[in-house]
Write a protein that binds this ligand. Structure first.
Ligand code: C5P
Length: 297
């Protein structure tokens, strides 16, 4: 998350995330799933600006007419929650410029909510302790806390128990965003029909080791997402995207995967040129939007 302040306005660039690893460890009594995931933030950003409103109202303006701008928007929920938790009587006028596709497994809504917590905490001068912001983030959604701890972190529990991990090199990706979106709740619900939890869950250790010490080919070989087969069964069109990316492995891509509950897929490239090369080839196939993105310290 990139934060800047000027003329009484706070401005935040809220990044998208990719899941390099996601394993389900079990089903919880509250209906959610216990998981273990490795996420990295990438340089595809929504932009949020926050201006103080002494009347106490929270007003959101969003440039995507497809998104709710009222209380159903996670940004408004985050603002109301922070107001309630802090007892702050001030309000804000918030603008949200969307770049991160929705229902793509890229965490856009969660990142916007995390940005709202951080932006309004600054704007209202609250200085909320980190642990409290984490708790508010966890209450808003499973992925929100990650965005307070990027650029790379492991998520456990529902995903909301986050531990930062080091990222001391740059990772270049090509991203394919198909024109169809996937509902996260649908994917998790349909996991029930498959083997959940898996008899032998995949350990997260090898992908962490490859992130810390391996090359792109090592990391590419450790990419894994337990949700991918279910999403592809629900949306069979997605297998075309999967196959197109797999065709580009081991060169120019070291590995490929679906992010989160889909529908976006990514390929991990050796460097920026390889990512651009892959993007050119994928664009020609008409699979959806294609972008080159980077994760960095
Ligand atoms: O927490 P969030 O609102 O992002 O979750 C969306 C949906 O995904 C939940 O309603 C739940 O059905 C499912 N989910 C789950 N286990 C998780 C995270 C999400 O079952 N760890």
């Amino acid at each position: 998350m990139i934060v800047s302040e000027s003329d009484g306005l706070a401005r935040i660039l809220a990044p998208a995330k990719l899941n390099l690893f996601l394993e389900i460890l079990g089903r919880r009594p509250d209906g959610y799933h216990e998981l273990e995931t490795l996420m990295v933030a990438v340089d595809l950003y929504d932009t949020l600006t926050f201006a103080d409103d002494p009347s106490g109202q929270i007003v959101l303006t969003c440039d995507d007419p497809g998104l709710p701008a009222g209380r159903d928007n996670l940004v408004v929920k985050a603002a109301e929650l922070l107001k309630e938790a802090s007892g702050c009587s001030r309000g804000a006028s918030i603008t949200l410029e969307k770049q991160i596709p929705v229902r793509a497994g890229l965490g856009g809504g969660s990142s916007d909510a995390a940005a709202a917590l951080v932006g309004l905490d600054r704007l209202w001068g609250l200085q909320t302790p980190g642990a409290e912001l984490d708790a508010l983030a966890g209450a808003l959604g499973s992925d929100v806390a990650f965005f307070l701890h990027g650029p790379a972190a492991v998520g456990r529990g529902r995903g909301e128990r986050v531990e930062s991990v080091g990222l001391d090199r740059r990772l270049d990706f090509v991203l394919v965003i198909p024109p169809i979106g996937v509902s996260t709740a649908d994917v998790y619900q349909n996991l029930e029909r498959e083997q959940t939890p898996p008899e032998r869950p995949r350990p997260i250790g090898p992908v962490l080791e490859a992130l810390a010490h391996g090359g792109p080919a090592d990391l590419g070989g450790c990419l894994y997402n337990r949700l991918q087969p279910t999403a592809e069964r629900l949306r069979p069109e997605l297998s075309r995207v999967r196959d197109a990316l797999a065709e580009l492995c081991p060169s120019p891509l070291g590995g490929c995967l679906m992010s989160g509950s889909g529908s976006a897929y990514f390929g991990l490239a050796c460097d920026r040129n390889a990512a651009e090369d892959a993007a050119g080839r994928l664009l020609a196939l008409g699979l959806g939007q294609v972008r080159v993105v980077t994760a960095a310290r």
